[in-house]
Design a protein around this ligand. Structure first.
Ligand SMILES: [Zn+2]
Length: 274
C-alpha cells in the first residue's frame, strides 16, 4: 500500500473512485452516443429518451440506481432502456477504481494518476465508438494528444523525471510508425484512426517504461487475435476488415500498464536473460 495509507483509507478511496467513475460513465455514455451522431454534448443539457423524446429528470439519471428503480424502462413511454448504459456506468466505475488501485499498489507513481484517469475515460469512449461505428474520431484523439502530453509533463515536472517524458515521446513515435508501416503492408487491416490512436497510447506506455511499452504493444495483437478467433467460431464476421482494432489496442495498453513489468520479467527469466 502507498506510504502512510491504511487499508481503511484504501477501501474508502476505492469506493469514492467507483462512485465518481459511475457518474463519469453516465457522461461518457452521452459522449459515445452524441459525438458520432453530431449532437452537441452540452445542448440539450439533459438527456432525453430516444423513443419518446421526453427529458430524463435528474432523479431518473442516477447511475446504476435509476436503471434498477425504473427496471430498465423509460418512465414516460415504457420503452426499454439499453442495458449498455448501466454496463458503461459500472465499467467506468470499475475502471476508475482500478486506476486508483494502481497507485495504491504502487504499480505507477501517484503523479501519473491524472493521466491514467484521463486515459481510462478516453479508452472507454474510443473502444465503444469504434465498436459502434468502426471509427476512431479525430475530435477525440487530437485533443487527447494535448491533454495527455500536458499531464505527462506535469508528472515529469513533479517527479523531476524528464527521461520518462522523452521515452514516452519516442515510444509514441515508434508505435505511430509501426502502425503506419502495418497499414501499408496490410491495407484494410489498420485504419487511419488506429495509427493516430497508437501515438496516444504509446506516449503513456513509454512514459512508464520500455517493458510496459513492449508488452502493451504486443498485447494489442494478442487480444486482437483472440477477438478474431472468437468471432470466427461464432461465424459472425468475415476475416476481411470486419473487426475494429481500437478496442484491442486499448485493452492491450491496459495489460501493458498493469502487468507489463511482471510479464516482461517473467519472459526474460524464461528465456534466461535475467
Ligand atoms: Zn421514452
Amino acid at each position: 500500500m502507498l506510504g502512510g495509507l491504511t487499508t481503511t483509507d484504501g477501501v474508502i478511496l476505492e469506493i469514492v473512485a467507483f462512485i465518481v467513475g459511475c457518474i463519469l460513465g453516465s457522461f461518457l455514455g452521452v459522449v459515445i452516443w452524441r459525438v458520432p451522431n453530431h449532437i452537441s454534448i452540452v445542448n440539450p443539457k439533459r438527456s432525453f429518451c430516444p423513443n419518446c423524446n421526453a427529458q430524463i429528470a435528474w432523479y431518473d439519471n442516477i447511475p446504476l440506481l435509476s436503471y434498477a428503480v425504473l427496471r430498465g424502462k423509460c418512465r414516460h413511454c415504457k420503452e426499454p432502456i439499453s442495458v449498455r448504459y448501466p454496463i458503461m456506468e459500472a465499467l467506468t466505475g470499475c475502471a476508475m477504481a482500478a486506476v486508483v488501485a494502481g497507485v495504491l499498489w504502487q504499480i505507477y507513481p501517484a503523479w501519473l494518476l491524472p493521466d491514467m484517469l484521463y486515459l481510462a475515460a478516453i479508452s472507454i469512449v474510443v473502444a465503444y465508438i469504434d465498436i459502434d461505428h468502426h471509427l476512431i474520431l479525430n475530435v477525440i484523439v487530437y485533443p487527447s494528444y494535448v491533454v495527455s502530453l500536458a499531464l505527462l509533463v506535469l508528472a515529469s515536472a513533479m517527479m523531476g523525471d524528464w527521461e520518462a517524458l522523452k521515452r514516452g515521446l519516442i515510444c509514441a513515435l515508434i508505435l505511430f510508425v509501426f502502425y503506419f508501416v502495418l497499414s501499408l503492408i496490410w491495407p484494410g487491416g489498420m485504419g487511419d484512426g488506429d495509427i493516430k490512436l497508437a501515438f496516444l497510447l504509446g506516449m503513456t506506455l513509454g512514459w512508464l517504461g520500455w517493458k510496459q511499452f513492449i508488452v502493451g504493444a504486443f498485447m494489442a495483437f494478442f487480444v486482437g487475435g483472440l477477438v478474431v478467433l472468437i468471432q470466427l467460431t461464432r461465424k459472425k464476421v468475415s476475416v476481411h476488415g470486419g473487426i475494429p482494432f481500437g478496442p484491442s489496442m486499448v485493452v492491450g495498453t491496459w495489460i501493458g500498464i498493469f502487468a507489463g513489468q511482471v510479464i516482461a520479467d517473467l519472459y526474460l527469466q524464461l528465456v534466461g536473460l535475467a
